[in-house]
Design a protein around this ligand. Structure first.
Ligand code: KG4
Ligand code: ZN
Length: 338
């Protein structure tokens, strides 16, 4: 079975083809980072226009390079939410039009479900139930994944998402958008504990997160330093990154303790962070559990995770008709009822 996957929720146009026997045949990604970086964040109107420009050439290229056509594609999976409305509409419209013309099913995929299942693309041994820490530019969530489409939300950020805070602190440090990777590289040159930042909600027994107080504290520290030099910036980046990781690891440990589940997935753009992986590994190993994460190129937004989620849903007969519409605020825990 072969699925075409289309991802257009934010600023990456992703088109992939996944084959149930051969795995990922192609994973085309056209990043719009250069277009949005000068604004320090994604401009929705520009994102939609560029998806519109990029998507058909990416689909044509994917079909051509994998020898695929309407004769051997069995379904089209597309991101139906959450995400930017205009951007989602581009992917959904193309997916539905092609599916109508080719007379094959469409599968509307929740973007966060795509991230959550993405470690399965490179780990055969990952099975339900498991815990998942989803950390992206817009989400920070702890989920109990029971089965395909059955997800319980255990905790989430009450304000900013982790990736968003990485990006905002990075801008304040004069780094390029998206700032997660450049900030963690700068942090490697910093000394720990030069700055002490708040760790909101870390002592609470629940699984909720809050990052806006930390963000404000870090940005105020940067603004209050006159003649800030490279070493100051590196020290701030280091303390900030260490603080975020301590909070995330602490809440994951609590989730394992509460749920008694020892399989933990980390997915979403921030799961590419090496230090976060390292500390989560240490925590999990002490508890004799296992940590799963996607390959680096599958951490950030891509069509392969959407195609793969589509395959699992199609096999399970969980797909949609052409009337299904996008939901820009689609919450992963509400999939059960949709
Ligand atoms: O999942 P993703 O590609 O897009 C959303 O669905 O939001 O995540 C993008 C986020 C950005 O905030 C980016 O700065 C962050 O992932 N990110 C990282 C790293 N690589 C990407 N954050 C921390 N460390 C990294 N190495
Ligand atoms: Zn994402």
């Amino acid at each position: 079975m072969r699925i075409l996957g289309i991802e257009t929720s934010c600023d990456e146009t992703g088109v992939a083809i996944y084959d149930s026997k051969l795995g990922i045949l192609i994973n085309n990604i056209c990043s719009q980072v250069n277009i949005h970086s000068k604004y320090g964040g994604v401009v929705p109107e520009l994102a939609a226009r560029n998806h519109n420009k990029n998507i058909l050439p990416l689909i044509q290229d994917a079909l051509l390079k994998t020898n695929s056509s309407k004769n051997n594609i069995h379904g089209i999976a597309y991101t139906a939410g959450p995400g930017l409305t205009g951007s989602l509409l581009v992917g959904a419209s193309i997916a539905k039009s092609l599916a109508y013309a080719w007379n094959i099913p469409t599968i509307a995929i929740n973007h966060m479900e795509g991230h959550l299942l993405s470690p399965m693309l490179n780990n055969n041994e990952l099975s339900f139930p498991f815990l998942a820490l989803l950390v992206s530019g817009k989400h920070t969530q702890l989920i109990r994944a029971n089965d395909i489409g059955s997800y319980d939300l255990l905790g989430k950020s009450l304000d900013d998402a982790v990736g968003e805070v990485f990006d905002k602190v990075a801008v304040a440090l004069g780094l390029k958008y998206p700032g997660g990777l450049p900030l963690s590289m700068l942090a490697m040159h910093g000394f720990s504990n030069k700055y002490i930042f708040p760790k909101p909600l870390i002592d609470k027994p629940n699984l909720m997160f809050s990052f806006s107080g930390l963000k404000t504290s870090v940005i105020n520290t940067i603004c209050n330093l006159s003649n800030i030099n490279y070493q100051d910036k590196a020290n701030i980046a280091r303390s900030f990154e260490d603080t975020v990781i301590e909070i995330l690891v602490n809440k994951c440990a609590k989730a394992i303790h509460i749920s008694k589940i020892k399989k933990l997935v980390i997915a979403g753009g921030v799961s590419a962070n090496n230090k976060l992986r390292f500390y989560l590994h240490n925590m999990i190993n002490k508890r004799r559990g296992t940590l799963f994460y996607p390959n680096k190129e599958l951490c950030t937004d891509n069509g392969a995770m959407i195609a793969y989620a589509g395959l699992l849903r199609l096999k399970d007969n969980k797909y949609n008709n052409l009337k299904t519409s996008i939901k820009s605020n689609w919450q992963i825990e509400s999939i059960n009822n949709s």
